[in-house]
Design a protein around this ligand. Sequence first.
Ligand code: NAD
Length: 420
Amino acid sequence: MPSNAPAANPFETAKQQIDIVADLIGISSGVREVLKHPKRELTVNFPVRMDDGSYQVYTGYRVQYNMARGPSKGGIRYHPGVTLDEVRALAAWMTWKCAVVNIPYGGAKGGVIVDPKKLSVGELERLTRRYATEIAPIIGPEMDIPAPDVYTDSQTMAWIMDTYSMLKGYSVPGVVTGKPISIGGSEGRGEATGRGCAYVIREAAKDAGVKIKGGTVAVQGFGNAGSIAAKILYDEQGAKICAASDTKGGIWNADGFNPHAVEAHKHKTGSVVGFPGAKSISNEDILETKVDVLIPAALENVLTAKNANKVQAKIVAEAANGPTLPEADKVFFEKKITVLPDILANAGGVTVSYFEWAQNIQGYFWTLREVNDRLERTMVESYQAVHKVAVERKVHNRTAAYVVGVSRVVDAIRIRGLYP
Ligand code: NAD
């Protein structure tokens, strides 16, 4: 249900979602209140020395939403539009996502109000190191483990890992995930979101009676998540990738194209547009093309009441966070289109983040094969758990995924009991 995110206040939306699920599965008012409150919130205002010698004060947050199932996990976002309520909502959604894939984590999120594009690399490093120092008292491998999110990356994680390690006096790789491999990152982390998405599509296709071998696929947003999902569906499942797009526009070829070649073209020219042998298609039309599988992998709120009726795909797999509005969900349910909700379809990333942390704690690293096999098992089991609830309760997969995730959190809260 992160798809409801466009509402003026995303945290209000997140709380409404909790009520919907709580009504459905019968959660007591006390536990319901626990679910609607972040466990711990930290706001930090901190100065950064700019390249010209001046100081600039920035505001950042770290919200640990729920830790009933284990240490909290969630990315850090650098964006001028960050608000505390947005961070709270994202932290709540991380809680349910981790529970859906049944990894032993709670949910968290962090953010700094900043436009990183306006900062030099040096300024960005100083901002990151100071923010990491400010939140250091509440992060750590046993407590809360950040990861990359919007406008943060493996370099940001390396700076946080180094800063935290300097404060401790020894190297602590398990304090963050999404690190470069050279300092304890995991094999397979970079492609985990797209790969996990492809596994879930494969499983859903079996239940929906859709043939992926020779079946057609459209990808809106040929970036990390979208291009990797496309390549794996093409390489390992024999799908035909017929449409792809990015900010500059889209391409279409009914006979399909090789996504590796499209990626090379994008690498060379900066866009998928102009790929030889393909017709152009708009970012709106790509959502309405006649394909078996549609993968929105770019933006929020692209599937709406306006275009939902025109969607012809049999499966919509949300590699992006929040691409579908609730009105569109209703239409898809009525039209029997299988929706694979974001908290399931893009959970491969956090799953391999968990594997990275597990490897860091063991100090023993797995092969790419081991990582991918474990990812596959997790995604298949998670899909099956969600599908079972959807069938039993006659609800769509999004509600089913929330039922699975929230129920697991509630079980942990109940069995642990109320302290003191
Ligand atoms: P990315 O920046 O690598 O790729 C995004 C792609 O979308 C780019 O090709 C970009 O050109 C395209 N795009 C942007 N605006 C567009 C527009 N208006 N129309 C069409 N295309 C547009 O980002 P990513 O990491 O692949 O993330 C994409 C989505 O997946 C986001 O919603 C993100 O939250 C979600 N997600 C990603 C991960 C991950 O591990 N990468 C994990 C979970 C969720």
